[in-house]
Write a protein that binds this ligand. Structure first.
Ligand code: SF4
Length: 486
């Protein structure tokens, strides 16, 4: 198996070649004197760190004066000692953690969010999760009208459109509504105007966004786990297509773009979101347990222990164990503290990194028939390594079960996947892949089986990277236009 990463794809892989989470957004409108907006956003971002590790930032509005603190790296790196103390305790604040869709080079600081823009109606700060599918066209259109962009980010494009629309409308709400009319694709946004906190979710609801409340203060977060961490109450999800505006009069909802066909990313449930989050009614841990049960029902095997590849494979393994009666065991230990900037230019470096990242508990698997469950297989290298480690540790048999269908198509809606010709499932049949990774059996869940695991959600799902059924028109020449040169 050729595990050398194509130069175009280097930016798209984590060390264990998983699809990459994109971004997390958080916002607060404070109505309680003893709540510090910056401290709450900082804590809220920590609960979203799994969604992006490239950069982090906070922007605060103190009576119309906007201040930002942001930098590259994890939250602990981005906010150096005392950095946040320089931010005022304003009434409204937003934050962002980012995994870049773009090549993240030293000169890319202009894309670190939240973005703070100043225009004729004051300041505007914005943080975005998702990917705009018509951004190349919008970029071109605006640039031809004289717009100057400092970055290649969706957030800058969106804020520019909102600022332009504000010139044609009487309120920031109307400007956002008009801007949304121009945007296609995936966007969950938090925005600060001089006096308002605004949350926007695209009409498909690709990425999650929800509302919480701590006493009289409102919060917006990508995931509900933030509210648990902060001791706040979950109020509800922002509905697909909804624009929520929070100001001194409370919360206002604009539903102009609601009630269209929804398509939340199923991969949020499989891998991206934290298991303690509830997304549009569906508890993520329960969904993964259901996936494990379905895998046990549809793809049974005689075995002595069932184990998950952490983190998201673990809930699936518990479900498999409960349904099959095969004892659950912990076999895979992952080192989460590997530097994100290690070069993976060749196979031997990649293998060394995997050796550092993954270890096997021999006592769990020695002389046993093992079922191992992972959330997905993109290129296959990591699973080949895990099977090899399990067998070296004395496993008699290794049966691989995968909690997502085979990746066949790229994602246009904000999940970093490689070029589709690099998906292992576009190169090998499951039988060939099984042989290649050295497993005794290999089974993928199907799209229909996956959807049957959704029992509580009040939303429909996108499965395009597996099924090829895209919920929107495909952007033409997506990746070429992505870096449009103007
Ligand atoms: S294409 Fe796949 S990863 Fe992208 S939004 Fe749809 S389900 Fe999620």
């Amino acid at each position: 198996m050729n595990n050398t990463i194509h130069p175009k794809d280097k930016r798209l892989f984590s060390i264990d070649d998983k699809p990459q989470e994109e971004c997390g957004v958080f916002g607060i409108y404070v109505n309680d004197e003893d709540i510090n907006s910056v401290a709450e956003v900082y804590s809220g971002l920590y609960s979203l760190q799994h969604r992006g590790q490239n950069s982090a930032g906070i922007c605060v509005n103190d009576n119309g004066e906007f201040s930002c603190c942001k930098n590259k790296g994890l939250i602990s790196e981005a906010f150096r000692e005392n950095a946040l103390e320089e931010l005022p305790n304003g009434k409204i604040a937003i934050g962002h953690v980012r995994h870049s869709l773009q090549k993240f080079e030293d000169d890319d600081f202009a894309s670190v969010q939240p973005l703070l823009m100043r225009y004729i109606y004051g300041s505007l700060a914005i943080a975005h999760n998702g990917d705009i599918t018509n951004k190349a066209e919008l970029h071109k259109q605006l640039a031809e009208g004289g717009a100057i962009f400092q970055s290649n980010s969706n957030a800058e494009l969106i804020s520019y459109i909102i600022a332009s629309m504000r010139l044609q409308t009487d309120s920031i709400e109307d400007a956002v509504i008009k801007a949304v009319d121009m945007l296609e694709g995936a966007y969950s946004l938090v925005i600060i105007s001089p006096s308002k906190l605004i949350a926007v979710r695209d009409s498909h609801g690709f990425r999650p966004l929800c509302i919480g409340k701590m006493r009289n203060s409102y919060m917006i977060s990508s995931e509900s786990c933030s509210f648990d961490s902060l001791g706040a109450d979950f109020v509800r999800d922002v509905a697909p297509g909804e624009i929520v505006v929070i100001d001194e009069d409370g919360l206002h909802s604009y539903t102009n773009y609601c009630h269209q066909k929804t398509a939340m990313c199923i991969f949020e449930q499989i891998y991206v979101s934290r298991p303690d989050s509830v997304l549009d009614g569906q508890n993520v841990h329960n969904f993964r347990m259901n996936v494990g049960k379905i895998l046990a029902e549809k793809y049974p095997v005689e075995a002595d222990v069932v184990c998950g590849v952490p983190d998201s494979g673990s809930s699936c393994a518990v479900g498999y164990s409960l349904y099959s009666g095969i004892p659950y065991g912990i076999a895979i230990m992952k080192n989460k503290y590997i530097g994100r900037t290690l070069s993976m230019d060749n196979d031997s470096m990649r293998k060394r990194i995997l050796d550092i990242k993954i270890n096997v508990l021999k006592s769990t698997v020695k002389d046993k028939r093992v079922v191992i469950i992972d959330d997905s297989i993109v290129r296959g290298g990591t699973m080949a390594h895990i099977v090899e480690l399990l067998k070296k540790a004395g496993a008699k048999e290794v049966h691989v079960r995968v909690a997502s269908p085979q990746f066949k198509n790229i994602c246009y809606y904000g999940i970093s996947l490689p070029q589709k010709e690099h998906f292992i499932s576009n190169q090998l049949t499951p039988e060939e892949l099984c042989e290649k990774i050295g497993a005794d059996s290999l089974k993928f869940i199907t799209v229909d089986e996956l959807l049957s695991c959704v029992v509580d959600a009040n939303i429909d799902f996108c499965t395009a990277c597996f099924s090829g059924e895209y919920p929107t028109a495909k952007p033409a020449e997506f990746y070429d236009k992505y870096s449009v040169k103007i």
